[in-house]
Write a protein that binds this ligand. Structure first.
Ligand SMILES: *Cc1c(COP(=O)(O)O)cnc(C)c1O
Length: 378
């Protein structure tokens, strides 16, 4: 079986530079929050086009600390509602709960699985304090549409950019700079992945950045002086040093992802398989995942598996159908539920061998296979 994502090969491309970064940290004698983290924060801020980046322990913490900081700064009331799409990874909702706020799930739009601006507007109540836009699968959400709504209602607009490092809008503005603050994840499988956990907050708001800086380190900006009740969510020097190496490839990697996505979009022509829509602006999608939908998903997945092609489902159970969110179990989100039942992610990664791409296309076009298509029961 081929890999869904060949992380080992991805990392091997940079082995000498990663080893050098490792040796540099090893010999520095300083391992948590230091010069490598500062340098990475600076470099990633430049990439995102923001004034401040704060490295934290992971993507969930990045989002949680943004919300906690806004609460402490008086920008969000305790128990305020935060609107987010129902079809995201559960971390988006967990961050809201962790910060003592109330997640309000809304429908995505069917055309591109992105949070629906109309659904956001319809969900606004006097208690709403913020909206989290998720750039799902690497495609920018409609940030100008969302911005209009949040401005009109005086709400914070936060980006969950965990899947969209480097995605650009029509003005060349980059994910992480399109709202009031953004959370990033550097979990290894993300487009910019560390060799362990990592995350970051990006923002142009210096006051927010300072508050997150305190929060990540026990609520302290001066050693042993604690202004607020913080947490321990620091970025390691080692991960920061490795991320600096990986950062240098981000643009090139996105190009490779786009080229493979184009091959799939051109090559897969099976009426049983609905392809993701091509974004009108190619740079606005960094193809973290290539997600198709299929009414016979189970059969398609089994068929691809028999052809040696692994697939994954992002995500099989919507948040409001998870035991962890039993309080939302009465919610009905038919679009999000339909997606959960039909989506399937095909392999796509930088450096994916051409014959593998071709094999995925062929196998998709051969579905259902002849023996099933012509069988007496179909
Ligand atoms: C990965 C991810 C997160 C969480 O990041 P971690 O680093 O795993 O905590 C949050 N939101 C989305 C959309 C993600 O894909």
């Amino acid at each position: 079986m081929r890999p869904f994502l060949d992380l080992k090969a991805l990392m091997a491309r940079d082995e000498p530079a990663l080893n050098a970064a490792f040796a540099r940290v090893l010999h520095s004698g300083w391992y948590v929050l230091g010069p490598e983290v500062e340098a990475f924060e600076h470099e990633f801020a430049q990439l995102c086009g923001v004034d401040h980046v704060v490295g934290v322990g992971n993507g969930l913490d990045a989002l949680t600390l943004i919300l906690r900081a806004y609460r402490q700064l008086g920008r969000l009331a305790p128990g305020a509602e935060v609107i987010l799409p129902g079809n995201t990874f559960i971390a988006t909702a967990l961050a809201v709960s962790e910060a003592g706020l109330v997640p309000v799930l809304v429908e995505p739009q069917e055309s591109d699985f992105a949070i629906s601006v109309a659904a956001v507007e319809a969900a606004i109540t006097p208690r709403t304090g913020a909206v989290i836009a998720v750039h799902l699968y690497g495609r920018l959400a409609d940030m100008s549409g969302l911005r209009q709504v949040t401005q009109c209602h005086d709400l914070l607009l936060i980006e969950d950019s965990a899947q969209a490092h480097g995605a650009r809008d029509e003005h060349g503005r980059v994910a992480g700079s399109l709202g009031d603050a953004a959370g990033f994840s550097f979990f290894p499988v993300k487009n910019l992945g560390a060799l362990g956990d990592g995350g970051a907050v990006a923002t142009n708001d210096g006051v927010l950045a300072e508050q997150v800086r305190k929060l990540r380190s026990y609520g302290s900006s001066e050693k042993y002086i604690h202004d607020v009740k913080g947490v321990n969510s620091r970025l390691d020097e080692l991960q920061a040093a490795l991320l600096r190496v990986r950062l240098s490839r981000l643009g090139e990697d996105a190009e490779q992802r786009r080229a493979i996505a184009d091959r799939y979009l051109q090559g897969i022509s099976n009426p049983a398989i609905t392809l993701p829509s091509q974004p009108s602006l190619p740079l606005s999608h960094v193809w973290h995942l290539f997600v198709v939908s299929c009414a016979q998903r189970h059969d398609l997945q089994a068929h691809l598996q028999r052809r040696g092609i692994p697939t994954l489902i992002h995500y099989p159970v919507p948040i409001h159908r998870q035991a962890a969110y039993s309080e939302l179990s009465n919610l009905s989100l038919p679009v999000a539920e339909g997606m959960a039942a039909q989506v399937l992610s095909l392999p796509l990664y930088p450096g994916m061998p051409e014959d593998y791409v071709a094999a995925v296309i062929d196998a998709c076009n051969d579905f259902p296979p002849d023996e099933i298509r012509e069988g007496p029961c179909r």
